[in-house]
Design a binder for this molecule. Structure first.
Ligand code: ADP
Length: 249
């Protein structure tokens, strides 16, 4: 197991808010091809960590390495273009557009100005074909002509993942993908994340521990802005410090 097998690494990541350390000296290694969860009690620093990794926030100190490069000084748009993509960050869905149109817009935004140039020369067909594939991948093929606003909550989240996948992430970051979902939506979204993880790396913040145990190869547990434990689900769930953190100890 070599260092280069880690696609995303945080070293000594620290963030102060007005003198208060929300994240303090966190080391994180996300292995290429893994599904990795960031868990911990409320206020542990998970969201702040996510915001630091995507450069939505600038760290007070520490380094972030993505695919071997130091991205600490880059802006979030630059980080996203390199393939470290967070669901919601780039790909807002448009309520009045259909599912297919939403994915097409995301594909177009990825090709950017080049797309507008080539559009006059090439057909829209390949774009529609790719959009259709992405909808199939997230189980929305039958809903392609439905306006995003009309989709169920679970299907909206699936559409958001499809628009994020349109950006071809190397590492896909998902912030509480099952939040607010009833159990009828949790099983499909779990399957969807597993499918989306094929050939890429997924890092997620997730509260539902049964989702974490079903889905994740590795888990980092945060508490009070610091790393409490890192390992497989079996390893961290058997760790007395983790048990005590979750029991409010
Ligand atoms: P989690 O996502 O694990 O619930 P957060 O990263 O949201 O934790 O928050 C960690 C700590 O940092 C909390 O105590 C929170 O109140 C504090 N915090 C988060 N964002 C800010 C901010 N912008 N300004 C001040 N304090 C913040």
């Amino acid at each position: 197991f070599e260092q280069s097998d880690n696609v995303l690494v945080a070293e000594g990541l620290t963030k102060f808010f007005a003198g208060f350390a929300a994240v303090k000296d966190v080391n994180l290694s996300v292995r290429r091809g893994s599904i990795h969860a960031l868990i911990g009690p409320n206020g542990a620093g998970k969201t702040t960590c996510f915001n630091l990794l995507t450069k939505t926030l600038s760290p007070s100190s520490g380094r972030i390495l993505f695919d071997g490069d130091d991205i600490s000084a880059l802006r979030s748009s630059q980080v996203a273009r390199r393939g470290l993509v967070r669901s919601f960050q780039i790909s807002a869905t448009f309520p009045n557009l259909t599912a297919l149109e939403n994915v097409r817009v995301a594909l177009q935004s990825r090709f950017g100005a080049a797309y507008h140039f080539w559009r006059s020369l090439t057909a829209v067909a390949p774009l529609n074909k790719r959009a259709q594939e992405l909808l199939e991948q997230v189980g929305l093929a039958d809903s392609r002509n439905v306006a995003a606003a009309e989709l169920s909550y679970g299907k909206k989240r699936a559409l958001e993942i499809a628009t994020t996948l349109a950006l071809e992430p190397i590492v896909l970051l998902l912030d509480e993908p099952t939040a607010g979902m009833g159990h009828e939506d949790i099983e499909p979204i779990t399957r969807l994340i597993k499918a989306a993880a094929v050939g890429r790396t997924v890092l997620l913040v997730e509260h539902n521990l049964s989702v974490v145990s079903n889905l994740c190869d590795r888990i980092t547990v945060l508490q009070h802005g610091q790393t409490l434990a890192e390992g497989s689900y079996a390893e961290v769930s058997g760790n007395p410090a983790v048990i005590s953190a979750y029991m409010g100890g």
